[in-house]
Design a protein around this ligand. Sequence first.
Ligand code: URP
Ligand code: ZN
Ligand code: ZN
Length: 459
Amino acid sequence: MSILIKNGNIVTASENFIGDIFIEGETISAIGKNLKYDADETIDASGKLIFPGGIDPHVHLDMPFMGTFSSDSYETGTRAALFGGTTMVIDFILQTQGKSLRNALNEWKGRSDGNAVGDYSFHMAVTDFNENTKPEIKEIIEEGITSFKTFMAYKGALMVDDRQMIGLMEEVKEQGGLINVHATNGDMIDYLVQKNKNEGNRAPIYHYLSQPEVTEAEASERFVDMTNFTGCPGYIVHLTCEGALNAVRNATKRNQHVFIETCIQYLILDASLYEQDFEGAKWVMSPPLREKKDQETLWAGINQGLVNVVATDHCPFFWEQKLMGIDDFSKIPNGHPAVENRMELLYSEGVDKGRITLSKFVEVACTNPAKIFGMYPKKGTISIGSDADLVIFDPKEKHTLSAKTHHMNVDYSGYEGWEVTGKVKIVLLRGKVAIDNNECLVEKGYGQFIKRNKVSDKI
Ligand code: URP
Ligand code: ZN
Ligand code: ZN
């Protein structure tokens, strides 16, 4: 099967030009102007932008969490991602404390194998690092899972202490991997949650008030110091605020490099959403939404090259599930749906509103995730030999986000009624038209597990 895409505005992290793309099988085989190939199918992309397929390196599909499961399966979550121009996601495997990494990997494979519509990979979350876990790091990396997640929060469930963190960092560095971290101070948060509950403060806003900026700034600084000490490549997930970003900024003064991810919600939503009664539960996530000044810091951080990735932390729950915390904010399952909305929101709020350039958009939404997580240039760019993962995008079309029209398996939208400029029109995944005209043309099982290479702290 061959496809010729004609006259599109091709955008990569470094270039922007009008041209044609010729695809044979699953990969791109030629790029240029006025390409003359006999193709099985020709797509006219005049007036449209062509991006590499988006990569969201932070999603939680079918994940057991807080007494329930996140509501998107590998099928519904990766299909919704495709509708939004994201051709690959990286999901999180959670080790059960007392059990092996292998055990967790098998459990996650049981849910994902044969079920994904779009491509995917895993990070391995280590929640119990000990002498039995240590030799498994090498084995997991050999299977193409080269990033290891740690939680400095969720005390009593997922949190590791600094002793485990240092030991894990040493081993991950030795084996050629990267440490991801949820960097908030779990002890401080645990204390504040209990204090609020004891005082009878049960509404969603107390989720926000139990995780002030200092809890994130402190943990981010500690993590950065520990990666500096061990020399392990580090990546802070879902960074939200000025204090935390300043910790990273300071580390650059000693020429240290730590990768930073923020998420679309922290760029465009703020904590005023918690001021409505239980409705605020829609945005109960960890860390919580912050202030307007933090949004400005994060946009600037993207342009300064400090923030490398814009992800989602997609972790959807039905309203019925959110109601588990109706009388107690600490029982509201943490997370919100966004995987389908990330690319369009980032384009609309970022590029269309003049906050970032087109190439920066591609860099943080497609190219950097591929580079950081060991998949470049197979994924994350438009070049000869790369997978033909492409998004044909109308930069002018306006539309409104709504739970009535989205494809994520959840009954509300965190962005209900939000008008965006720019729409995903056609999506190709490994040379196949996956989305066309609001229709998904690939089946469950088409999505592949993507083995990743070893990584470093340089991209
Ligand atoms: O609220 C969130 N972020 N839910 C998913 C788990 C995590 O901390 O990433
Ligand atoms: Zn987290
Ligand atoms: Zn997460």
